[in-house]
Design a protein around this ligand. Structure first.
Ligand code: SF4
Length: 206
């Protein structure tokens, strides 16, 4: 990633009262996260291919924190639903994002809101982890990236019966299985210490 683009991104995020850190490699990110984990820290996560690729879920399962692990295969539907609600009172919430703009805005699209809602309200601290592949110019490019890259690939991964899962492009559907229900743009926050964007050099997620 070019230094001047990163500089512009950081300047814009900070102007919008959003913290930012840059990591040249995934291992450095994991070392950074470890510093925030104690046996008492309650940690929730959003569904994220980026977090999976970077080994964040494994880190949280190592026992250094109280991980609200909704991926455990022994959970009943009711227990899993409880964990989704517990995310709102977590000390720390970790999630991927769909795009971050050079204007300092964080853009996300969600199917049921379980990821974007606790990003916006609830957990004491929120770290949004993204590869440099998610950095775009502006809102328009962010939306194009979501419609034509992120959402179709996610719909395929989830086995959804949507037009984009077949064509690889958004057809602006009204499908009951549509995954584009909650479109959020974060462009500021009251508590400048709450949301922080952690940028990792490289391609992660989609
Ligand atoms: S609106 Fe429909 S077709 Fe477009 S990306 Fe979302 S699910 Fe796919």
């Amino acid at each position: 990633m070019k230094n001047d683009s990163l500089e512009q991104l950081f300047t814009s995020l900070i102007r919008n009262r959003i913290g930012a850190e840059y990591f040249a490699a995934g291992e450095k990110l994991l070392a950074y996260l470890k510093d925030y984990l104690t046996p008492e820290t309650i940690v929730g996560t959003g569904d994220s291919k980026t977090l999976a690729q970077l080994g964040v879920y494994e880190l949280l399962r190592e026992g250094g924190c109280r991980f609200l692990d909704k991926y455990r295969t022994d959970l009943s539907r009711k227990e899993k639903d409880r964990l989704y609600r517990d995310n709102f009172s977590a000390d720390l919430f970790l999630s991927g994002i769909n795009a971050v703009t050079l204007e300092g805005k964080i853009v996300n699209l969600d199917g049921n809101g379980s990821r974007v809602a606790p990003i916006i309200f609830g957990p004491g601290k929120v770290f949004l982890i993204c590869g440099t592949n998610k950095i775009v110019m502006d809102d328009e490019e962010a939306i194009a990236r979501i419609r034509n890259t992120a959402a179709p690939l996610d719909a395929q991964r989830l086995g959804k019966n949507t037009p984009c899962a077949k064509t690889g492009k958004c057809m602006d559907c009204r499908s009951v299985e549509k995954i584009c229900n909650y479109h959020t743009i974060i462009q500021g926050q009251f508590d400048r210490e709450r949301i922080r964007v952690l940028i990792v050099e490289g391609e992660y997620g989609y």
